[in-house]
Design a binder for this molecule. Structure first.
Ligand code: ZN
Ligand code: ZN
Length: 284
């Protein structure tokens, strides 16, 4: 098991990803419970920002960019990558490259975030602080070369922090300081941990619909919170599938939005394996 204390000293990331969202969430709860400082507007800003930015990661970063589950126009691609960037999970090409590495080496020693290899905390967020700049560059070169031919993707990758700041700025404009607290820091706390749960929880707890060589699991609660990404055993079996929920009760908000946009021809070329293909890989 890798030790958390081999972090390659990136305290700025630690402040941004762990300290600020956690302290912000505790402060927001304190103000709400003991001072009564909270409004419906704060909660609405939180909810809207949570849903749209999480969808930016699940539908934009993950299903569109990494797995090419569907195609869309540059306008929608821009919107999805912008919303994904607002979750502060890293620039698009870096995120996509590490995710492809995870698929290539799932639950093997080279997997960047496997609980089987590194334990729960390491797979949840410890791994992020165990990366060097050189390793990040190497991973982009090895797994992310194909993304550099798309000028829009490269632009969104390079302007990553601009979108993070825009996301925070919009919350302030909509609701002042408490809007920023709930729509910014509390929302970041939840979107970060929920996405991290896909890497940690969904390789430990849940059920399996398909036989895979990794430890991926389907987890109902992460399925709901992470806009369908909790059906992670389904996803590891069929990485390109646009719909991770493969039964009616496997709630997958990203899939519903993809279907909705496909109905209006705003996305197309939506890939989904047939029921026959699913049956071939089902747990016997
Ligand atoms: Zn996984
Ligand atoms: Zn994936």
């Amino acid at each position: 098991m890798k030790s958390l204390f081999t972090w390659s000293h990136i305290p700025v990331y630690f402040l941004l990803l762990i300290v600020f969202p956690t302290v912000g969430t505790l402060l927001a709860l304190y103000l709400a419970i003991f001072e009564g400082v909270i409004s419906w507007l704060d909660l609405i800003i939180f909810a809207v920002m949570y849903v749209v930015t999480e969808l930016g990661v699940t539908m934009g970063y993950h299903r569109m960019l990494v797995h090419r589950s569907f195609q869309t126009s540059n306008v929608i691609k821009f919107i999805l990558l912008m919303l994904g960037s607002m979750t502060m999970q890293g620039p698009a090409i870096t995120w996509a490259s590490f995710h492809l590495k995870h698929h290539r080496f799932t639950d093997k020693p080279e997997d960047p975030h496997s609980p089987t290899m590194g334990g729960f905390i390491y797979s949840h967020f410890g791994w992020i602080f165990d990366r060097t700049e050189e390793e990040m560059e190497l991973t982009r070169q090895k797994f992310g070369q194909q993304f550099y031919s798309d000028r829009l993707v490269v632009f969104m990758h390079k302007s990553f922090f601009l979108w993070v700041l825009l996301g925070l700025g919009l919350c302030y404009l909509a609701g002042g300081w408490t809007g920023l607290l709930w729509g910014g820091l509390v929302r970041l706390f939840f979107t970060l941990h929920v996405t991290w749960c896909v890497n940690s929880v969904c390789h430990i707890w849940g059920s399996r619909m398909f036989d895979t060589e990794d430890d991926s699991k389907n987890n109902f609660w992460i399925g709901i919170l992470a806009m369908g990404e909790g059906w992670h055993n389904n996803h590891h079996t069929f990485p390109r599938a646009a719909f991770h929920g493969m039964r009616w009760w496997q709630i997958d908000f990203s899939a519903y939005l993809i279907r909705f946009l496909a109905f209006f021809h705003l996305v197309w070329g939506v890939y989904q394996p047939s029921e026959k293909t699913l049956a071939e890989k089902a747990v016997k």
